[in-house]
Ligand binder design. Structure first.
Ligand code: NYM
Ligand code: MG
Length: 252
């Protein structure tokens, strides 16, 4: 089992280094915060925004991301709806089988698989953003770290394989008390959909959050959540169009 972890970690570290080498990214020397700027091939510098929705299970992310994408499309902004885990890939199928209790995996191993599932999408993500398409992503690295840390894994260890993935331009946290989320039509029976566990996940989300996160009270009526979300997201899409630079996750 240890050999397996070692190989996966090495693979992910290699992936991080390779992504940095092969993509059109240069690290600015002028900037001490080690922001990484992505060169844009388009003359007008327009690029899409990477928008991440986070929250506990049943916080409403999936319904809201669908509405958001229709709204942005309606305004003429190219946008796609993405989600992690992406259960369509080979790695995603292993994850899906684990989540539905059809297979058992060591906690570290499943953590690395969730991360690998983001790495396998990184270059497509970059291509989309550069070509001007915004991505609304239902869960990202923060889910990875919050859920695995809630199982008792070291938070820094959990962050390590995420380093070098594209940093979101916006993280929106749909905030709901775990008890309220549990009342919403019940959980679907997947692994992690247990009140006590979700309470712990909520605490790790809190530890991970910073001042840049936008927090929306997800207990409000759906329409109110939607309205606030649209405003925040539209601002972000516009500022990315104006050439806001892209950074990488957890490098500074
Ligand atoms: N999850 C999701 C993780 O534990 N790590 C991750 O990196 C990601 C992206 O998978 N309970 C957990 C959170 C959810 C579960 O996600 C499936 P969803 O959004 O219910 O399909
Ligand atoms: Mg879920």
């Amino acid at each position: 089992m240890h050999a397996c972890h070692f190989t996966l970690s090495k693979l992910l570290n290699f992936g991080a280094a390779a992504a940095q080498r092969s993509s059109n990214i240069r690290i600015s020397n002028k900037c001490s915060s080690r922001r990484v700027h992505m060169e844009n091939n388009h003359h007008n510098d327009a690029r899409g925004a990477l928008i991440v929705l986070e929250g506990l299970d049943r916080s409403g992310k999936t319904s809201q991301s669908g509405r958001l994408v229709s709204y942005l499309n309606g305004l003429g902004h190219p946008v796609e709806s993405w989600r992690f885990p992406d259960r369509d890939t080979a790695v995603g199928k292993m994850i899906s089988s684990y989540l539905s209790n059809q297979s058992q995996l060591d906690d570290h191993t499943i953590h690395l698989l969730f991360s690998a599932n983001r790495w396998e999408k990184r270059s497509l993500m970059e291509t989309k953003l550069k070509s001007g398409t915004s991505l609304v992503v239902d869960r990202y690295s923060y889910s990875g770290v919050a859920f695995s840390s809630a199982k008792g894994l070291d938070m820094e260890w959990c962050k390590a394989p995420e380093v070098g993935l594209l940093a979101p331009d916006l993280v929106v946290y749909l905030d709901i008390p775990p008890e309220k989320a549990a009342e919403r039509g019940g959980y679907g029976g997947e692994r992690y959909e247990k009140l006590e566990f979700q309470k712990s996940v909520a605490q790790y989300y809190k530890k991970l959050s910073d001042a840049s996160w936008k927090v929306i009270d997800a207990c409000q009526p759906m329409e109110d959540v939607e309205k606030q979300l649209k405003e925040i997201v539209l601002d972000c899409v516009k500022s990315c169009k104006n050439g806001k630079s892209v950074s990488q996750l957890w490098l500074s």
